[in-house]
Design a protein around this ligand. Structure first.
Ligand SMILES: [Mn+2]
Length: 459
């Protein structure tokens, strides 16, 4: 993957936005570029020209600046996948604006003490090239106070947090010709309703089961609990997993076994009117179970029960399902990028509408930062001069005269960037973390900008 410079990247991902006025679209690109140059700073520090800062506030104030209008150009680009295999990893994260007492129009968080939004979004991952494609879609949800005496029927009729999963599947839509899309959800996404939405798009899923007490039909046609079906599952293989130490638990090598079963979920008796209208009476799927055998006493053993539309007859099939689920950490890391890398919760804008525009912009910019991190890690042998913008390399060469640019790999380039941010890179240091990469990246951008300024002065 060739790395674009910040201006090119912004152009590619924001130039098709429609905010109702060409000047406003241009303004969006300026604000986005400034954000990318200094992602964890406040708006004032990102937009150091007075005209840019005015443009940012002006933009966020416009009713046209919504999550959809700002991010959908990027979403569309992400969904237009080339033939291949892709994971669509979704999750919900709380965006907490509790500390900004003056902000109006926020929803509830937690038990009602917090204030903010739930951001439910989906990250597209290219399995063949091991790269982040982008954000495939997002929904912002404001939880409202629910009356204590709400009936089950009333609950099923209203938009709930559990509806976000299926709703986002619908908004993202089906995969294009030649692409296999696999939706990967944690236990929050386990419901018959959510699966119905994926059945309708014709795509695949790997979802961690949340309720093992639910009734299913096993392969002998008997009605059992999912827990019982798991108990009767067939073992297809074992493997060793080394687990790092945690507070109070020693490091150990765990023996894991993989079991598979086929089950049918009947439609629950009470479902929302929408699901009733789909007319899906039952869904047959595979269950892949990964669990630790002979876990030491007093240690809670690992067990994943994964529900999937993918084949699971052989060990190889089952492995694929497990490794798809193992990639779920990517969305958690992406949410970390948004919160700690882009300081998403730190902006003190005065209304929920302005925050929505801010969140939209950040969710797209966060993709770029996440991509840069993975490009560095995965492209261990690719030469930097073929992939990295020329100006960045030129700048680095001036700053570090001993560096041999012709030999530099993409991987080494990003270690050098982290180096600018304070990463020392001793053997024991491992891979550079977020903050050092960011600080290094910001420093490099500043050096590049300085060099370009000097060039124009001379001309
Ligand atoms: Mn979750």
């Amino acid at each position: 993957m060739k790395v674009l410079d910040n201006a090119q990247w912004v152009e590619e991902h924001f130039s098709n936005c429609d905010l109702g006025d060409p000047r406003r679209n241009k303004r969006l690109q300026t604000v986005a570029k400034n954000m990318l140059d200094a992602p964890d700073q406040s708006l004032c520090k990102q937009n150091t020209k007075w005209s840019d800062l005015k443009a940012a506030y002006g933009l966020f104030n416009r009713p046209e600046a919504t999550l959809d209008s700002i991010a959908s150009s990027h979403w569309n680009k992400t969904r237009d996948t080339k033939p291949g295999r892709y994971l669509l990893i979704s999750d919900t994260t709380d965006i907490d604006h509790f500390s900004h007492k003056a902000t109006t129009g926020l929803g509830m968080l937690g038990s009602g003490v917090g204030r903010g939004f739930q951001l439910h979004n989906c990250l597209m991952y290219d399995c063949d090239n091991e790269q982040i494609v982008g954000e495939a879609g997002a929904i912002l949800f404001k939880r409202k106070h629910v009356p204590k005496d709400e009936t089950r029927t009333q609950r099923l009729k209203r938009y709930r947090e559990s509806s976000l999963w299926g709703d986002l599947v619908d908004r993202i839509g089906p995969s294009p010709e030649g692409s296999q899309w696999v939706h990967v959800f944690d236990r929050g996404g386990d419901s018959f309703e959510t699966m119905c939405h994926i059945v309708r798009t014709g795509d695949d899923w790997v979802i961690r089961a949340s309720r093992l007490s639910r009734k299913v039909i096993d392969n002998r046609g008997e009605k059992v609990s999912l827990r019982q079906a798991v108990g009767n599952a067939m073992r297809v293989g074992t493997y060793e997993l080394s687990l790092r130490s945690r507070p109070g638990v020693k490091a150990r090598t765990a023996t894991m076994e993989i079991l598979v079963a086929e089950v049918t979920f009947p439609r629950p008796s009470q479902v929302s009117p929408k699901i009733r209208s789909f007319g899906i009476e039952e869904i047959t799927m595979n269950v892949v179970v990964v669990r630790e055998v002979n876990a030491p006493k007093g240690v809670s053993s690992i067990e994943w029960v994964l529900l999937t539309s993918l084949p699971a007859a052989t060990l190889e099939d089952a492995w694929q399902v497990v490794s798809d689920y193992e990639n779920r950490w990517l969305i958690e890391e992406y949410h970390k990028v948004l919160k700690s890398g882009c300081n998403l919760e730190g902006h003190s804008l005065r209304s929920a509408d302005r925050l929505e525009a801010q969140i939209a912009l950040t969710s797209v910019i966060g993709v770029r930062l996440f991509q840069l991190k993975l490009v560095g890690r995965n492209d261990q042998t690719a030469k930097a001069r073929n992939r990295i913008p020329h100006a960045w390399l030129r700048c680095l060469a001036v700053y570090r005269p001993k560096l041999k640019l012709t030999k530099l790999t993409v991987y080494e380039f990003f270690r050098q960037v982290a180096n600018l941010g304070g990463f020392i890179g001793r053997k024991s240091d491992g891979e550079p973390g977020w903050h050092t990469i960011w600080y290094g990246f910001q420093k490099l951008q500043l050096l590049v900008a300085g060099m370009e300024l000097a060039d124009t002065k001379k001309a």
